[in-house]
Design a protein around this ligand. Structure first.
Ligand SMILES: [Zn+2]
Ligand SMILES: [Zn+2]
Length: 57
């Protein structure tokens, strides 16, 4: 559907999606916090896209 930019390295796919796909938050009630975003805000993002792999591994 909406064109979502691919998650850049070092970014969290979820937060990225939520930032760009406003329809995700549109489901929330006004002033309701997005649980997924709140969770990441408090606990950090557990699944960021890894940065470019080093050739040195
Ligand atoms: Zn969200
Ligand atoms: Zn996140």
């Amino acid at each position: 559907m909406a064109l979502v930019k691919p998650t850049p390295p070092g970014e969290c796919p979820q937060c990225w999606q939520h930032a760009y796909d406003k329809s995700i938050h549109r489901k929330l009630k006004p002033r309701q916090d997005c649980p997924a975003c709140v969770d990441h805000m408090h606990n950090g993002c557990p699944n960021r896209v890894p940065k470019k792999q080093s050739i040195w591994r």
